[in-house]
Design a protein around this ligand. Structure first.
Ligand SMILES: NC(=O)c1ccc[n+]([C@@H]2O[C@H](COP(=O)([O-])OP(=O)(O)OC[C@H]3O[C@@H](n4cnc5c(N)ncnc54)[C@H](O)[C@@H]3O)[C@@H](O)[C@H]2O)c1
Length: 432
């Protein structure tokens, strides 16, 4: 039996630093001067998981600092790696110095990459692999850009958290893929919430209502594992389901509104109504979760991946003195009594800012570390999913001790038999 997740995820204060203070400076203070990139030393970056987000993150890392080069790449599939390599080479020329013997294909690509001489690693595979990849990267002493979410089950979150503690001891940098925390309009909005402009936050309602994203029909030559990896967003052991994989951004903004407090409990519902064909694996297509926070405050998340339905990605935050309305960062408005504030400041590319600030922190010898924050938001999203899967109210204390482990119990092998677990059924699926 694994030890329960303990103090870093306690209800009272998950983070000692409010994550509203995301501008590098507040976070940089007090971090040991380890990891200093002496003067303008070349920083060597590696990419693991060469898909859409990974290729974007590698490009942003290269652009973040004049002296960053990409020196290694890894993916389970050679076609994904080659496509990413070609695109990045076209965009960045000789800043992409990935020799053929530094392009690693297979499930052990991470190990081969970590055996090369690199300073920073970008982890952008499906999240089911993140706990293992993060742990290995920390053991190898690398700074890490880590996409969200960081796991798909509580056992994975626990493994990630143990490595997170180690990463702090080693003074490693961990930048988080919760990109809205790097969005200037969101930062300005949440700064005003933190300073009390809308009074005490009583409710936050966030939506991620969209259409069905891509899916892959099985090709006859694909083994069970290849099919699931190619179609990973629809396999809950790999993606965590779309509440955890995609709407986790909305969960993160809800938590930001509540000062990153942990919820007391949640009651959720969801199901699989429109996407029932095989290529949709075992994930749901809609969820609505109501989280209870201290002082009877509520956070409500609604997410949907169905075709032909209204789309909406927005956040509404209600306080005792006013309200916030924001729509995917395009509109940020606060109304509080007779006061009205609208974000009219500089617009930024949040993905680029993530890397600019991360590399600046490494250069300054004070790399910031958001590993615990990544774990916290991921666990809150998993808690919502577990409530919807089981049809039960789930408490934070239950979540901290959950033994749910969605990962295949055998070592992965492309020839293995790997049936897709049945989709959960509320009222019958048990909480573990
Ligand atoms: N922050 C954001 O806004 C944002 C946006 C998109 C995706 N993401 C996150 O980024 C991650 C990747 O998403 P994506 O859209 O790039 O997916 P993708 O399918 O385009 O890329 C994933 C890549 O990882 C590879 N891969 C799978 N298992 C691997 C393993 N064990 N070792 C090495 N490579 C492996 C796949 O072959 C694929 O090339 C996910 O966690 C996703 O949630 C974040």
């Amino acid at each position: 039996m694994k030890p329960p997740i303990t103090s870093p995820l306690s209800r009272r204060s998950f983070l000692s630093t409010s994550t509203g203070a995301l501008a590098g400076s507040a976070i940089l203070s007090g971090v040991p001067l380890i990891g200093r990139a002496a003067d303008n030393k070349t920083l060597k970056v590696a990419l693991v998981g060469c898909g859409g987000r990974g290729s974007g993150a590698a490009s942003q890392a290269i652009s973040a600092d004049p002296n960053v080069v990409l020196t290694a790449m890894g993916d389970v599939f050679s076609d994904r790696l080659e496509q990413s390599y070609q695109n990045l080479s076209k965009m960045h020329g000789d800043k992409v110095k990935v020799d053929p013997d530094h392009r690693f294909v297979g499930l052990d690509a991470i190990d081969k990459i970590l055996a090369t001489d690199i300073d920073v690693i970008i982890l952008t595979t499906p999240p089911g692999f993140r706990p293992e990849h993060f742990e290995k990267s920390v053991n190898a002493g690398k700074h890490i850009f880590c996409e969200k979410p960081i796991a798909t089950d509580a056992v994975g979150v626990r493994r990630f958290l143990a490595a997170a503690a180690e990463s702090k001891k080693k003074g490693l940098g961990v930048q988080s893929g919760f990109c809205w925390r790097s969005h200037y309009a969101e930062r300005e909005t949440f700064k005003r919430i933190e300073s009390g402009m809308i009074g005490e936050v009583r409710a936050a309602y966030g939506t991620y209502l969209g259409s069905t994203p891509w899916s892959k029909e099985r090709k006859p030559e694909w083994t069970d594992l290849e099919y699931q990896l190619r179609n990973w967003i629809h396999m809950n052991w790999l993606s965590g389901d779309h509440l955890v994989e995609q709407a986790v951004h909305t969960v993160d903004k809800m938590l930001w509104a509540f000062g990153d407090a942990a919820p007391i409990s949640c009651t959720g519902q969801g199901g699989r109504q429109q996407r029932v064909e095989d290529q949709f694996g075992n994930v749901f297509d809609h969820f609505t979760i109501v989280y209870e926070f201290p002082n009877a405050a509520r956070g409500i998340i609604a997410c949907r991946q169905q075709q032909g339905c209204a789309s909406d990605v927005s956040d509404h935050i209600l306080g005792t003195k006013g309200v916030v309305r924001q729509t995917s960062g395009r509109m940020n408005v606060i109304e509080a009594g007779t006061e009205r504030w609208k974000f009219e400041g500089e617009k930024n590319d949040m993905y680029q800012t993530e890397h600019d600030e991360f590399f600046a922190s490494i250069r300054a010898g004070k790399p910031f570390n958001f590993a615990e924050k990544l774990a916290h938001t991921t666990l809150v999203a998993i808690m919502g999913r577990m409530s919807a899967y089981t049809g039960q109210t789930v408490t934070w204390d239950q979540m901290l001790n959950s033994q749910e482990n969605l990962q295949p119990q055998e070592a992965l092998d492309f020839k293995m038999k790997l049936p897709i677990a049945p989709a959960p059924m509320p009222g019958r699926t048990k909480f573990v």
